[in-house]
Write a protein that binds this ligand. Structure first.
Ligand code: FES
Ligand SMILES: [Fe+2]
Length: 451
C-alpha cells in the first residue's frame, strides 16, 4: 500500500474556516494546515515545476521543489520530461546538489549509488555486500507519475484522478496564449531570476496577485517615481490612481483556482501603445533612441516587444505571468515563502527582428528594474505585516468581501468564468473555494518508479 494513502489528515471543519466572504487566520498561521497544503495542494493539483527552455537539450536538468519535495526536472536521454524525486533511495539524502546541469546519470554524494536520468538505479559500490536484489524496482528513484507541458510550461501532479493539464488550465489558456503569441514564434526563453524571500504565508502572494485595490496605496512611491521622473502622468500602473473600477480593465476568475487581471483594455490601440506606458529604467533612453533612429516608425512595434504586458495571469497554486516575467511562489514554511521572478527573452524566430533583437532583450531585462524590484518590495512588506497582524489570535477573520453582494457588479460568463471591476475581491473568494475543495479531496497521491 502506498504510504501516501495513510497520511494522517487533521480534522478541520473546512466550511467553517472558509466562508463566503471571509477566511480564518489559521489558513495562514497553522503549521498543520500548511503541512496538508504541501501534500494535497502541492501534490494533488497540477504544480508548475519548470520551463522547457530551462532544459532544452537531452540530459539537461534543473532542481526544483514540488511543495517541500526536492525534485529533479529533467529531459532524459530519450528526450522525455521527467520529475524525479531528488532523494536517494538508499538512506534518503538529496541526490543532486547542483542547481542545474547536463548529465545522463546522478551519483549520490553519500555512498555513491548511481542512477540513470530515467530514475533507474544503475549500480552501487561493492554490490557483493548486498543480499537484496539491487535490480528490484523499489531501489529506483521515485518520480512524479504525471508530467505534462503546456506551451513550454512544465507541470506535475501526483494525483492520477486529476484532469489533463489542458482541462485543468481551462480558460486561463486564452491569456497564456495571448501572452506568448505577441512574441515571434509564440514563445519566450526563461532567463535568470530575481529572488525574493518573505516572512509570510505563500497564499498572501497568491491573494495579492490580482488585487487591484491596493495599488495606489501600497505602490504610491513607485507610481510617483515613474510619473514624476519623466513629467508625465500615465506611466506604469498610473491608471489605478483615480476611479479604477470605471475603466475598461477588469479582473476575471478563470476556474480551478486560476485568476486574471487584464489591464490591456486601458492601452492605446496602436503600435507603441504598450511602450507608451513603460516607465523609465536605467539605460532605457539610449536603447530607445537607437531603435527609433535606425527603424523609424517600425521602432514602435519593436519597442512593444520589450514592453511589460499589463496582465497578471495567475495559475493556481504557484505560477504568475506578469509583464515580461514569470513569478513562481515557493513555500518554505507556514510563514516563509520564496517569490522568484524570472526574466524572459525572445528569439528572432522568423528572422524579421535582426539587429534589434539584443536591444529588445536588453530592454526586457531592464523592465526587471521596474515593478519586479520597486513594486514587489511594497507587496512583500504587506505580506510580512499581514503575517505579524495575524499573530492576534483572538481576532480571527480575514475579509475578502469587496464586491460581494452588490447586484449587477459581477458578471458570470458563458464559459464559466466570472468578471468584475478591477478592484473586486471575487477572485479571492473563488480561488479559496478551489483551495478548500482540494484540501478536502482524498484522491490518492502516488509516485511511480521505473520497472
Ligand atoms: S544515501 Fe545515497 S548512496 Fe547512501
Ligand atoms: Fe502590488
Amino acid at each position: 500500500m502506498n504510504v501516501m494513502n495513510r497520511t494522517s489528515i487533521p480534522q478541520y471543519d473546512w466550511d467553517e474556516l472558509v466562508q463566503e466572504d471571509r477566511v480564518h487566520r489559521a489558513l495562514y498561521t497553522d503549521p498543520a494546515i500548511f503541512a496538508q497544503e504541501m501534500t494535497r495542494i502541492f501534490g494533488g493539483a497540477w504544480v508548475y515545476l519548470a520551463h522547457e527552455s530551462e532544459i532544452p537539450n537531452a540530459n539537461d536538468y534543473i532542481t526544483r521543489k514540488m511543495g517541500l519535495r526536492p525534485i529533479i526536472v529533467t529531459r532524459d536521454s530519450n528526450g522525455a520530461l521527467r520529475a524525479l524525486y531528488n532523494r536517494c533511495t538508499h538512506r534518503g539524502t538529496t541526490l543532486c546538489r547542483n542547481e542545474k546541469g547536463n548529465s545522463r546519470s546522478f551519483q549520490c554524494p553519500y555512498h555513491g549509488w548511481n542512477f540513470l536520468n530515467t530514475g533507474k538505479l544503475r549500480g552501487v559500490p561493492w554490490a557483493d555486500g548486498y543480499s537484496a536484489d539491487i535490480k528490484d524496482p523499489k531501489f529506483n528513484l521515485a518520480q512524479v507519475p504525471r508530467v505534462e507541458s503546456y506551451r513550454g510550461f512544465i507541470f506535475g501532479t501526483l494525483n492520477r484522478k486529476a484532469p489533463s493539464l489542458l482541462q485543468w488550465l481551462g480558460p486561463i489558456t486564452r491569456p497564456i496564449d495571448e501572452w506568448l503569441d505577441r512574441n515571434p514564434g509564440g514563445k519566450v526563453i526563461v532567463c535568470e531570476a530575481n529572488r525574493f524571500k518573505y516572512k509570510g504565508n505563500w497564499k498572501l502572494a497568491y491573494d495579492n496577485s490580482s488585487d487591484g485595490y491596493h495599488v495606489i496605496y501600497s505602490h504610491r512611491s513607485l507610481l510617483e517615481m515613474e510619473n514624476r521622473l519623466i513629467d508625465e502622468g500615465d506611466k506604469g500602473m498610473a491608471f489605478y490612481k483615480n476611479s479604477p473600477d470605471s475603466l475598461a480593465m477588469y479582473v476575471q476568475y478563470m476556474g480551478n483556482g486560476h485568476h486574471f487581471k487584464d489591464k490591456r483594455p486601458n492601452l492605446q490601440a496602436r503600435p507603441g501603445g504598450l511602450w507608451a506606458i513603460e516607465s523609465s529604467h536605467p539605460g532605457m533612453e539610449h536603447a530607445e533612441q537607437s531603435l527609433r533612429a535606425k527603424y523609424g516608425a517600425r521602432a514602435e512595434s519593436l519597442l512593444d516587444l520589450a514592453g511589460s504586458e499589463p496582465v497578471n495571469i495567475n495559475i493556481f497554486p504557484n505560477l504568475s505571468l506578469l509583464g515580461n516575467h514569470i513569478q513562481v511562489f515557493q513555500p518554505v514554511s507556514v510563514d516563509e515563502t520564496d517569490a522568484v521572478w524570472y526574466g524572459t527573452r525572445i528569439e528572432d524566430v522568423n528572422g524579421d527582428i535582426g539587429d534589434a533583437l539584443p536591444v529588445i532583450n536588453a530592454l526586457r531585462m531592464r523592465t526587471q528594474e521596474g515593478f519586479p524590484n520597486f513594486g514587489e518590495v511594497d507587496d512583500i512588506a504587506n505580506f510580512e505585516q499581514i503575517q505579524r497582524g495575524l499573530a492576534c489570535v483572538e481576532d480571527e477573520w480575514i475579509y475578502m468581501n469587496r464586491g460581494h453582494g452588490l447586484p449587477g457588479r459581477i458578471k458570470h460568463n458563458p464559459d464559466g468564468t466570472i468578471s468584475a471591476p478591477a478592484t473586486d475581491e471575487i477572485f479571492m473568494r473563488e480561488y479559496i473555494k478551489e483551495w478548500k475543495r482540494i484540501m478536502k479531496d482524498d484522491a490518492p497521491l502516488e509516485i511511480q518508479r521505473e520497472t
